[in-house]
Ligand binder design. Sequence first.
Ligand code: FCB
Length: 477
Amino acid sequence: MKITGIAGLGLILTSCFNLSKTKMSKVVKSVWSGFVFCKTDFGADFKWGVAASAFQTEGAWDLDGKGESTWDHFSHKSGKIERDENADVSADFYHRYEEDIDLIASMNFKVFRFSLSWPRILPEGTGKINQKGLDFYHRVIDKCLAVGVEPWITIYHWDLPQVLEAQGGWTNRKILDWFSEYTEVVTLEFGEKVKNWMVLNEQFSFIAGGYLAGFMAPGRRSINAFFKAVHHSVLCNAEGGRIIRKNVPDSNIGTTFFTTYIEPVDQNEKNIEAANRVDAGINRLFIEPALGLGYPVDSLRVLKKIRKFYEEGDDKLMIFDFDFIGIQYYFRSVVENSVIPYIHAKEIIAAERGVPMNEMNYEIYPEGLYHILKKFSQYEGIRKLLVTENGTCILDQIEDGQVHDDQRIDFLKNHLYSILKAKKEGVKVDGYFVWSPTDNFEWDKGFRTQFGLVYIDFHTQQRIVKDSGMWFTEFLK
Ligand code: FCB
């Protein structure tokens, strides 16, 4: 159903007041559209959650038998992270998980998506299992279950054991065996208690950032390494799905993709083609092989080079029928034709376009989430979508012990409206997870940019629920 003008407004308002005893304060207005909506508009089965990752929050980087990860290694080198910060302690989730999960529950979220640290469980990458690592995640899972929050596990969110990187990491085809072993261990261990699983977090980000652009761990810059890592990650993504299916009865299996809404700077044919190439290299690169469509060489010829890394049977091994696809959306990208090798396209950054931006200089463009959901919903093989990450970083300041992050509230409302609009037009989108429950370590940006609904003073580890966290508490009541 398409919602337009006053009629649409009326429809939404009616459902807000009729389907639940919603108070006026829980009915919110999206600035983008001017529309008013409330939680019940998303449906009773819609999953409301928050998302975080092991490396960014846990700290305890070498405690209780944990091995070194690529991100520990990378962030301990000078010049890699802003202000040379590291995540050795970070949000200290390893010791404060109870408090943080209580906060998630108190904000009325019903899902906590978090990742497992591979080197905490298998310090040498393969082989010896670290019982203390498993025990920690059992405590986290049990705490979630005790307070009525569903644990949703991401198997891999970028922290590869450094010993495996020393053998080539994602560029070594043996990653398929290493990753399978790790996935076997965790699914057999936690599968009885945890039914919702995601295989990988954003292949595009850790492979392009880590093996091509080099600003992320492990800091390599090679097009060949990039292509190998792409292919191996595609195989692991599908294999991970198969292992979960085998080991966890009644599981709900997904994976997550980085997405950006890509537009050409104008309607010039060359710029339109440039936008198509970028779209193929980012939005289509990982979903299409998983669906059995192969790599999108039609729009980006250079991807043909991946073929040299194929082995017999790979075409089939790349495919897995995921129960859901996790969409992670933060910004729009505007591109034009250029001489840059391989991609022949260039991004016109938000600052040059004079559009609203966050602290990471990402454009704030809520409509983009609507377009991305529509785009992914057109793939026949996708059963349903969940927005597994969305959020924003602004300069949070404490005033009289409170954090008035109105801009974040506007951001969240507008993106929620984008989901609702897509949903009302028939897109199967069944959940929304905010990045992130608490402030944490933002990769190469260190602690400069923060996305939490809960503020953390990293000197004292004191937590303060921001106005955005309070907003959700009320909205989700
Ligand atoms: C995503 C990452 C997540 C976090 C957010 C801000 O791309 O998956 O770990 O860094 O960006």
